[in-house]
Design a protein around this ligand. Structure first.
Ligand SMILES: [Zn+2]
Length: 179
């Protein structure tokens, strides 16, 4: 079963709001975040997205991207992980009767969605599926992807593009060393 579960689709879409290669970021501003949420059919924040909420989303995204980088062997930045943890600590979750997690009631919609992202991530970690969600090992790309390979060995979002880029670069550096 290599189809990504809904939780992986959600986390993947969130971490890919930034496109490293194109140097673009859909949620770079509170208005951008609000528009992105609207596109996903989420109720907007009644008073608009505050700077604090926006900063929390960016910190969570940065932390998640570090986690996905670790899945291709990159060393995560502990400060980014700690910052994401601090955000999560401010978004309480409850355990349901079925033993799953859910955002605590009473959170405003924009915060409940952040908590829902935490729930999705937790689900992936619990099932072990998190290991299939990776950040492309080609750092100029850094696109998040779901690894469909049987042994979860993929390191690049596309072998054709990023895998080959990496190969030709290591070939060039081997040649340089040989000279
Ligand atoms: Zn890539």
């Amino acid at each position: 079963m290599l189809e990504p579960p809904a939780s992986a689709v959600l986390v993947e879409a969130f971490v890919n709001t930034v496109d490293v290669e194109e140097a673009s970021d859909e949620i770079a501003t509170p208005a951008g975040l609000s528009a992105w949420m609207g596109k996903r059919g989420l109720p907007g924040a009644p008073g608009g997205i505050t700077a604090g909420v926006h900063a929390d989303y960016l910190a969570l995204r940065a932390g998640l991207r570090e986690e996905l980088g670790a899945h291709v062997g990159d060393t995560p930045d502990p400060e980014l992980l700690a910052a994401a943890d601090r955000v999560l600590a401010g978004h309480p979750l409850l355990v349901t009767a079925r033993g799953t997690l859910t955002p605590a009631p009473g959170l405003p919609p924009e915060r409940a969605y952040l908590a829902a992202l935490a729930v999705a991530w937790n689900e992936l970690v619990t099932t072990g599926d998190a290991a299939r969600l990776k950040r492309c090992a080609e750092h100029t790309c850094a696109w998040a992807f779901w690894d469909v390979s049987k042994n979860r060995s993929r390191r690049w979002c596309s072998m054709k593009v990023c895998g080959n880029r990496n190969k030709s670069r290591s070939y060039a550096s081997r040649k340089r060393q040989a000279v």
